[in-house]
Structures are given as C-alpha cells and as structure tokens.
Design a protein around this ligand. Structure first.
Ligand SMILES: NC(=O)c1ccc[n+]([C@@H]2O[C@H](COP(=O)([O-])OP(=O)(O)OC[C@H]3O[C@@H](n4cnc5c(N)ncnc54)[C@H](O)[C@@H]3O)[C@@H](O)[C@H]2O)c1
Length: 403
C-alpha cells in the first residue's frame, strides 16, 4: 500500500476481545478522530473502543495492526514525521490521540538517538502543527511515568509535586524524548488554531501496560523465563510499582477526550494525569502467575542490583558491538533494571476527580492465560542468546572484582 493512503479493510466485528469493556463508556463528542500509533497495542484498542462508541477513526501508523481493522476505522499508512501525510490523514478530524512512539523497550530502546528523537519529539511537533492548521481543537498525548522517573524512588507521586526528571540525567532516549514531547503538548494548550479557536491539550502518563494480546512485555518476559534467564532475582522484595490494564487505559483516553470539551468545562485543558489500575504492586509477587502458569520455578538465585545493572550495561554494549553481524534483544536493559528495582508509585486521585476515571479490577493471571492460549507453538533455538547472557554475567563478575 502506498505511503499516505487510507485503506478500509475487513468489516469484521470490532475487537471486543481485546478490551473487556471498552465500548459504550461514552461517546467522545467527535465525528472523526485520529489515533497515531493506531497499528500498535494501545492505539488499536483505543480505535476499537472509539468505533464501538460510534466515532469514526483513522488509525495512523507505519505498520498495519496485526489484528483485523474494525468496521468504522480506516487504516492510514504514514509516518508522524511526515507533515503532508499527517495533514492528509487529519481531514475531517476533530480530535487527535497521539499514541505513536519509538524506543520504549527491549531492542527499540537501543535505537539511534536521532531516530527516537525525530519520532517522539519531531513527530509530536508535527501533530501539534497539523492540529493548528486543521483547526483540530483536542489533542490527547499518551506520555509515560518515565517523564518523572529515572531511577529515583517515588512514593505516591502526584502531578503537582513530582517534577520532570532532569533531561540531562535521563540515560535513555525514550524517557528523555517522551518528557520533551509531554512538555510540548502541555505548552501547546491554549494556542490559537488557524480558524481562531483554541487548542485544548492534555497528557496521560501510564506505567507498564498489560492485557490480552499485549506484545511488548509479557511475551518477552515469558520467552526469557523459558530460556531460564530469569532464574535470577535482584533488588529489594518490597519494591512497588503500578501497572495499567489496557481496558483501564482506553477508558482514561476516552474520558480525557470528553474532558477537553466545553460540556465538561475544558477541565482537562493543559493537565497531566497519572493513569493506572489504582493499586501498588510488588513486582516480584505480581509476576508470579507467569512463572507458575508456564510451569517454571520462581527466580531463586539472588544477585545484587549492581550486578544486574552491570549485566544490562554489558548486554547493551554487546548488542551495539555485535549489531553489524548479529542482532539480538538484550533480555534486560538498564532502564528495565531500574523499573523493577526502584519503587515508583503514583496517585491517580486527579484523574478520578477531574476525569471521572474509575479503574476496573483486572487480573494479570487472565492475561497470562490468554497468552498461553494464543502464543506461537514453534520456539527458536536460543543457544546463542544463552551464550551471550553467560558471557555478560562473566564479564560483569570480572568488572565487579575490580571494585
Ligand atoms: N507499553 C507500555 O508499557 C507503555 C507504558 C507507558 C507508556 N506507553 C506509551 O503508550 C503508547 C503506546 O504504547 P504501545 O504499548 O501501544 O506501543 P506499540 O509499540 O504497540 O505501538 C506504538 C505504535 O507506534 C507506531 N509508530 C512508531 N513510530 C511511528 C512513526 N514514525 N509514525 C507512525 N507510527 C509510528 C508503531 O508502528 C506502533 O504500531 C506510547 O506512546 C508509549 O510511549 C506505553
């Protein structure tokens, strides 16, 4: 399909199976919306919920979703860095959900700085510019808790008291560029549209996303458990964090779109919201169903956090060195080590009070069951990866012996 063209695919029933209760929550006062990153997990599920609410959707993405496109949605193949493509896709649109991002986890996190920056920052600038030119009055940006978390402990942080993590100290490009984009979107609130009205913007900051069909975290962790790379546990057992189920995150996006309307007094204009399931979890306990249902023993070899950090560093460098001849996904990155070894929890009172956000209760175990039912049966040979891992641990031990 040519770049910048729309394609309405199958007219199969929309994707209720992806999100337990997405539709009919509310119909955002919109006739046509655009979801960037509409081929990805959140973007696609959000698109499904919107069409179920009777709102037409353009799913804008570099890649087609792996799931069937629901009736009422158009897929537009395009790049958020391409002004003309974004402008064309936004014809008739009155609300944009800017979900597309690059560099989030695993291999992607190690992509070149320029690539990540051009998508996360450059792409966001283009989205804002097109909203102005196309007189689109509502823009909802999917940010991340990483804009304030960079390895610093945060307990029950809220939107008013926790500052952005200093950009110069963010050691991964994803978090740094998401923080820049988050600030750009908030700064764009209230700017004049070409037709004279105002642009209303808000940002949602979720932690890790889980749910049925999630592709980014669960399958990767599961594969590494099967490779027995997660026999190791590190860090304090009391480390807490939040997670968000896809159904709750979709709900929050729909509510945010509502809260940028005059009917809701533009309550969300210029606001940021933390969004999660409404509970703090201990990571080592939360992940247990995955080990149990896969039939593997829980991690039992305790290693110091520093060693895990060094191993992740070594993995990242090995990845860079070997990239020209062999590309592998490090089983952990430094950023991911911080994520599971440093407490970072947030309050969601602001979203509850201003947006009317009411997270539903979901179970991670159900997502694991779904994964086990749908995972591909054929497994690759991981001998080389195991070698790389063992090499990483050995190298880390050698480095550690110098301390
Ligand atoms: N997955 C998580 O755990 C998590 C946690 C916090 C925040 N977020 C945020 O949520 C959003 C969605 O995450 P997801 O899990 O659905 O990710 P995903 O990778 O499934 O979806 C992202 C989509 O963006 C698309 N994309 C990337 N570059 C693009 C470009 N230049 N032009 C057009 N499309 C492009 C990708 O093709 C992909 O389909 C992201 O903004 C991410 O930063 C995700």
């Amino acid at each position: 399909m040519p770049e910048g063209s729309t394609e309405e695919l199958h007219s199969s029933p929309p994707c209720e199976s992806q999100v337990t209760e997405p539709a009919g929550l509310l119909a955002p006062r919109s006739s046509r919306t655009m979801v960037t990153g509409g081929g990805g997990y959140l973007g696609y599920n959000l698109g499904c919920a919107l069409v179920s609410s009777g709102v037409a959707v353009v799913l804008f993405d570099l890649h087609k979703p792996k799931w069937e496109i629901p009736h009422g949605a158009d897929f537009f193949k395009g790049d958020v860095r391409d002004y003309e493509a974004v402008f064309k896709a936004c014809e008739g649109v009155d609300c944009v959900f800017h979900v597309a991002a690059c560099g989030m986890s695993g291999l992607e996190q190690l992509q070149k700085k320029d690539q990540i920056e051009s998508i996360n920052v450059g792409g966001t600038k283009i989205i804002i510019d097109v909203c102005k030119q196309r007189n689109i009055p509502r823009l909802i940006y999917t940010s991340t808790v990483n804009v304030v978390f960079g390895g610093n402990p945060i307990e029950e942080g809220d939107e008013e008291t926790v500052p952005y993590f200093p950009l110069e100290k963010q050691f991964n490009h994803y978090s740094r560029t998401k923080a820049i984009a988050d600030q750009m979107v908030l700064a764009a609130n209230g700017t004049l549209l070409k037709g004279g009205d105002k642009l209303h913007t808000c940002v949602l900051r979720p932690p890790g996303i889980y749910g049925p069909e999630e592709q980014r975290h669960l399958p990767r962790v599961a594969i590494n458990i099967q490779r027995r790379l997660f026999n190791f546990k590190f860090g304090n057992h009391k480390v807490q964090m939040n997670w968000v189920h896809i159904g709750n995150l979709v709900q929050a996006h729909l509510l945010a779109a509502e809260a940028l309307t005059s009917e809701k007094g533009y309550v969300a204009s210029g606001q940021a919201y933390y969004i999660h399931d409404g509970e703090n979890v201990i990571f080592s306990e939360w992940i247990v169903p995955l080990f149990e249902k896969l039939g593997y023993r829980k991690p039992w070899i305790h290693i110091p956090v520093l060693l895990a950090h060094i191993a992740a560093t070594v993995m990242e460098y090995l990845h860079l060195i070997l990239k020209p001849v062999f590309s592998f996904t490090p089983f952990l990155t430094r950023n991911e080590v911080w994520n599971v070894t440093v407490t970072h929890t947030f309050r969601i009172d602001k979203a509850r009070n201003q947006l009317g956000y009411k997270p539903k209760k979901f179970s991670f175990a159900d997502s694991v069951d779904h994964y086990l039912k749908t995972r591909p049966t054929c497994q690759e040979d991981h001998t080389f990866l195991k070698m790389v891992f063992v090499f990483g641990i050995l190298l880390s031990l050698i480095i550690l012996s110098f301390f």
